[in-house]
Ligand binder design. Structure first.
Ligand code: GDP
Length: 311
């Protein structure tokens, strides 16, 4: 999702784009990464690749979330150092911060308390990647920086209910309920946790801004600086979809961290602001999902829930 948004954004710049497709390079294999980087010789690298997933996926596959993300980061960051990449931007997520970090979360909250247990595996790998960039900056003078986007959403997200984040899950659930005149949609948890959401095209724009204008140790948060409850989010998506049935909360599912709002002072000091409101971004993503779903249905009779899955 982030990779394709970055490609869309970078097509507007005077650059030659090189992408490492999953089928061509397995970023968990050091030799493959070294061969790719030594051959392509990029001047700048956006490290957007990762094993990512929502609250259930993180909790269910701890080994894969920790191991894959450690290897991807180590291999790419070391190859960038070895082959003289001038600038590297390493992407993480605001879930690297402690579960009970002050809200909004400042970057200096990193490593100041215990992590949220449901996503600690991913977070530990991402914290190691931030520290590797900082260590290479100190030891070798590499201009490697780290950005921590908040919860992202948009086209090419993962809409699979078992592994997705909340927005694609709710888009898929409400679209299906609307199409089948369902009487209720189940929303996980209590509906009270608060989350901040950023459209992936805004994120790509912020990443280009950081690549140009930022050079220092430590993470930089990327977000809107505003959050909503999961209940408000569900009601908004229901409204956009036109679904009129009940919304039922399932408290047997985990809430995760109670609140995750980023302090975006470091980013806004560079002059960057988001351009897409939550309502506008959700409506656009809902329309994208319906289009993809429709296309998939015309081609083959597939489960609509899985139709948008190509992240
Ligand atoms: P998190 O931000 O790391 O906790 O990841 P998620 O995006 O997966 O979950 C955010 C919040 O949305 C949590 O409180 C979930 O319990 C809640 N949520 C409600 N319904 C769903 C759903 O259908 N799928 C997911 N993934 N989360 C949901």
């Amino acid at each position: 999702m982030v990779g394709s948004a970055l490609v869309r954004r970078l097509e507007r710049e005077d650059v030659t784009l090189i992408t490492a497709d999953r089928d061509d390079v397995d970023l968990r294999r050091q030799q493959q990464v070294e061969d790719f980087v030594s051959d392509a010789r990029p001047q700048a690298v956006f490290l957007a690749a990762a094993r990512v997933g929502g609250i259930l996926a993180n909790d269910s596959f701890p080994g894969a979330f920790l191991y894959d993300n450690l290897l991807i980061a180590s291999n790419v960051i070391e190859a960038a150092r070895r082959y003289g990449v001038e600038k590297l931007l390493n992407l993480g997520s605001t879930c690297v911060y402690p579960k009970f970090a002050p809200q909004p979360i400042p970057e200096n909250a990193l490593l100041s308390g215990p992590l949220e247990p449901t996503n600690q595996w991913y977070a530990v790998a991402k914290i190691a990647a931030i520290k590797l960039c900082d260590a290479f900056r100190r030891q070798y003078g590499c201009d490697f920086i780290s950005a921590m986007p908040t919860n992202l959403y948009g086209p090419h997200d993962n809409f699979d209910l078992d592994s997705s984040h909340v927005i694609p899950a709710l888009i898929a659930k409400f679209a299906q309920a609307k199409a089948e005149h369902g009487k209720e949609v189940i929303v996980w948890g209590t509906g009270t946790p608060r989350r901040e959401f950023l459209h992936v095209d805004d994120c790509a724009d912020a990443l280009v801004c950081l690549m140009r204008r930022f050079s220092d140790e430590g993470p930089v948060n990327i977000g809107t600086g505003t959050d909503v409850t999961i209940r408000d989010l569900a009601e908004l998506i229901a409204q956009i979809s036109g679904y009129r049935g009940n919304i039922v909360f399932d408290p047997s599912r985990p809430d995760g961290t109670p609140r995750k709002l980023s302090d975006v002072g470091r980013l806004t000091a560079l002059g960057w602001r988001p351009g897409i409101s939550l309502r506008e971004g959700l409506a656009q993503t809902y329309a994208w999902f319906e289009r993809e779903c429709h296309r998939a249905r015309v081609k083959t009779p597939v489960d609509p829930v899985h139709a948008g899955r190509n992240a």
